[in-house]
Design a protein around this ligand. Structure first.
Ligand code: CTP
Length: 220
C-alpha cells in the first residue's frame, strides 16, 4: 500500500503592516511540531508547513517555512491534492492590514485606525478541494469550547476536530502541556487526560490513522 502522505501546519502566521510591525498570536508551533514528529515516527511521509518559529528542524520531515496566511495557503495548495491526511494545527491570523508599507513607517506617521481585511480561511479552502483526504482541524477557544468546536467541524466539513481551551492555565500556547478534546462528526468524542503535547500528538496521529483506515475500508 502507498506510503501515507501527511500535511501538517503549525505555528502562528504574521501579517505585516511594514517591515517591523505585524499582527500575530502567541502560538509557538509546538503542538503541530510534535504532530509532525509523531507522524514521521508512524512511518508517514510528512510535510510540515510552519509559520516563523524557534523550533528545530525535524530529521526526515520536509519543512516549508511561511510567514503570512496567504503564504501558508499557497504552500498547502501545492501539497494537499496528493496527501492522505491534513492536520491543521496552525494558528492562522484571521485578519491582515489592507495596506502594507514597503519601508518602516515613522511612528508619527502610523495610521492609528488601520484598515484590516480577512485572511483566507485555509482549512475551509482545502476542505472544498477534499477528495479522499482525512482532514483534521483544531479549534482554539476561550468559552463554550465544545459548541464552537463542533460548529467549526461542521462548517469546514472536517473528519475530526481537536478542541483546546486556550484560556486554561498551564496548557496551550507556548506550554509543553495541553488539554484537548477530539470530536467526530458522528457524535463520538475522545477526551484524553491533560498530557504533554508530545503524547497528545501521538494520540492525534493514532486518531488520524484510524480515520484513514476507515476511509480505505469504505466505512467513512
Ligand atoms: N484556520 C485556517 N485559516 C484561518 C483561520 C483558521 O485555516 N484564516 C484553521 C485553523 O488552523 C484551525 C481551524 O481553522 O484548524 C479553526 O481555527 P480557529 O482559530 O479556532 O477558528 P476560526 O476558524 O479562525 O474562527 P473563530 O476565530 O471565529 O473562532
Amino acid at each position: 500500500m502507498k506510503k501515507i502522505k501527511c500535511l501538517v501546519t503549525a505555528g502562528a502566521t504574521r501579517e505585516y503592516f511594514d517591515p517591523v510591525r505585524f499582527i500575530s498570536n502567541p502560538s509557538t508551533g509546538k503542538m503541530g511540531w510534535f504532530v509532525a514528529e509523531a507522524a514521521k515516527n508512524a512511518g508517514w511521509d510528512v510535510v510540515l508547513v510552519m509559520g516563523p518559529s524557534q523550533l528545530p528542524a525535524i530529521d526526515g520531515v520536509r519543512t516549508i517555512g511561511v510567514v503570512s496566511a496567504q503564504d501558508m495557503l499557497r504552500a498547502c495548495l501545492k501539497e494537499f491534492d496528493d496527501c492522505h491526511v491534513l492536520i491543521m494545527s496552525a494558528a492562522v491570523s484571521d485578519v491582515r492590514p489592507k495596506f502594507v508599507a514597503a519601508q518602516k513607517v515613522k511612528k508619527g506617521d502610523i495610521d492609528l485606525n488601520p484598515q484590516l481585511e480577512r485572511t483566507p480561511d485555509i482549512l475551509l479552502e482545502l476542505s472544498k478541494r477534499k477528495r479522499n483526504q482525512v482532514v483534521i482541524g483544531f479549534a482554539a477557544e476561550t468559552t463554550d469550547v465544545e459548541n464552537y468546536a463542533k460548529a467549526k467541524m461542521a462548517e469546514k466539513k472536517l473528519d475530526a476536530i481537536v478542541a483546546n481551551d486556550v484560556s486554561a492555565k498551564g496548557v496551550g500556547f507556548a506550554s509543553d502541556f495541553n488539554k484537548i478534546s477530539i470530536y467526530f462528526p458522528n457524535a463520538a468524542a475522545f477526551f484524553p487526560p491533560l498530557d504533554t503535547k508530545k503524547n497528545l500528538a501521538s494520540a492525534i496521529v493514532d486518531c488520524a490513522a484510524g480515520l484513514i483506515e476507515k476511509k480505505r475500508a469504505g466505512k467513512a
